[in-house]
Ligand binder design. Sequence first.
Ligand code: GRF
Length: 194
Amino acid sequence: KRIVIFASGSGSNAENLIKFFHNSDNATVIQVLTNNPHAKVLDRCKNLNVSALSFNRVAFSKSKDVLNLLKSSQPDLIVLAGFLWKFPGFILDEYKDKVINIHPALLPKFGGKGMYGMHVHEAVIANNETETGITIHYVNENYDEGAIIFQAKCEVETMDTAEDIAAKIHDLEMKHFPKVVEKLLGAEALEVPN
Ligand code: GRF
């Protein structure tokens, strides 16, 4: 099975997925695409020997260059891992139920425009939440609103800073994301915990 990842930033999730599927007979990350030509994810891909390309707004949302690229890559699953642009409907139409995202909170809370990175964890603290977590969900045309596939939780302690929460979320992402992707691809070598 073929996985294409979209990422805009650091790419720790992309790297984790690439490494996990290096050891898999069933699936592989064939390509990473980014809207940010300076994203750290590009360095990671270089070191990991995975093809990576950056694209601009026109290629993504207007000219269909990115769609055509995807058509030639023939992904079984498109994984958004820290990708910040809204996915155009004409791409989603081609890959129905094949585009998933990971969000660093327990949706439907703390999702939507502006809810990314540290903003999410700061909002969690401001709202006095006692728990937070990760959500893996299908992507539709609205930010963070597609059907939920998987969630995992962690505690928010009274003294936790946004950085503390980010570290807990990072651990959850590293632990669960590849397994959920593997399960979705039907290569059930590992159990996905509920
Ligand atoms: C992750 O926390 C993910 O949940 C969110 O963006 C972050 C990406 O981090 N959507 P990285 O670029 O994978 O390190």
